[in-house]
Design a protein around this ligand. Structure first.
Ligand code: PBG
Length: 313
């Protein structure tokens, strides 16, 4: 068994490659003698960098090609940012490992201003996340949100070129790529509730491949898994695709999980929030419960308007 090879399907972005290399290193460390290779590929989401994700829509924009490689036995595992992984998996595939979470918060990056609060009226902020936009504009209706996509390096280059006064990125991506010093200030989860799964890396593989499951077991982080399970259950219940104004964040308090959820109007002005606590074993039901509380406040009307726009494009 130690002579076995594991092939990792990965996107070619710097962040995806970092995450694949991280999993490779951890697997080699856990199983001396195991051969681990990367199978880099291009996803639809990587090809359509000019369009807002909310417009090109489609669940799993970044994962479909990787899943096809698993199903066709061209790779054994696929490494994903949990934030980008759809709620449902194709027949024969599943998520069998969630690694320990990096900092889940959003980061404020600016060459001029120290924090969100320091931004002058009318400042231009780059983000293409409806979740970040909804929360920013509710706090600061004066800000101008401007479209920003591309990989982490591209986004930083656009900031440096002077196109924005500040940009918002996930802290985890910056830290992983060695850009931690570019984080001007980390935004508290109270000010910008993260996306479900943000900061966590997950591993997908064939459901029947028990040999691979056993090899992945040492990389699984139970606490992260419980938190991400609650967050994903909330997203799933709200039918959250990869680009919707939904935020959710779970933390552990001893044996309890505390889940906060939020749905916001992309133009700002209306943020629905809900929260609840449950024992770890009920993480999934907790996600549904908080989602239901959001629906009870009218979240479906906000989400329908967003989906309607994305479909019409
Ligand atoms: N949507 C792209 C994406 N997917 C995962 C991360 C960051 C790393 C993570 O959340 O694990 C990012 C970049 C960002 O939002 O700034």
């Amino acid at each position: 068994m130690s002579s076995r090879e594991i092939r990792i399907a990965t996107r070619k972005s710097a962040l995806a490659l970092w995450q694949a290399e991280y999993v490779k290193a951890r697997l080699e460390q856990a199983h001396p003698g195991l051969q681990v290779t990367l199978v880099p590929m291009v996803s639809r989401g990587d090809k359509l960098l000019d369009s807002p994700l909310s417009k090109i829509g489609g669940k799993g924009l970044f994962v479909k090609e990787l899943e096809t490689a698993l199903l066709e036995n061209e790779a054994d595992i696929a490494v994903h940012s949990m934030k980008d992984v759809p709620m449902d998996f194709p027949e024969g595939l599943g998520l069998f490992c969630i690694c320990e979470r990096e900092d889940p918060r959003d980061a404020f990056v600016s060459n001029t201003y120290a924090s969100l609060d320091a931004l002058p009226a009318g400042a231009v902020v780059g983000t293409s996340s409806l979740r970040r936009q909804a929360q920013l504009l509710t706090r600061r209706p004066d800000l101008q949100i401007r479209f920003l996509r591309g990989n982490v390096n591209t986004r930083l280059a656009k900031l440096d070129a002077g196109e924005y006064d500040a940009i918002i990125l996930a802290a985890a991506g910056l830290i992983r790529l060695g850009f931690e010093e570019r984080i001007t200030s980390v935004i508290s989860v109270e000010d910008s509730l993260p996306a479900g799964g943000q900061g966590a890396v997950g591993i997908e593989c064939r459901s029947a491949d028990s040999e691979i499951h056993a090899l992945l077991a040492p990389l699984h982080h139970a606490d992260t898994s419980v938190r991400v399970t609650a967050e994903r259950a909330l997203n799933k219940h709200l039918n959250g695709g990869c680009q919707v104004p939904i935020a959710c964040y779970a933390v552990l308090e001893g044996e309890q999980v505390w889940l906060r959820g939020l749905v916001g109007q992309p133009a700002g002005g209306l943020l629905l929030t809900a929260e609840a606590r449950a024992p770890r074993a009920d993480a999934e039901a907790l996600g549904v419960q908080v989602a239901e509380a959001l629906l009870g406040q009218g979240a479906d009307a906000i989400l329908k308007a967003v989906y309607g726009e994305a479909d019409g494009e």
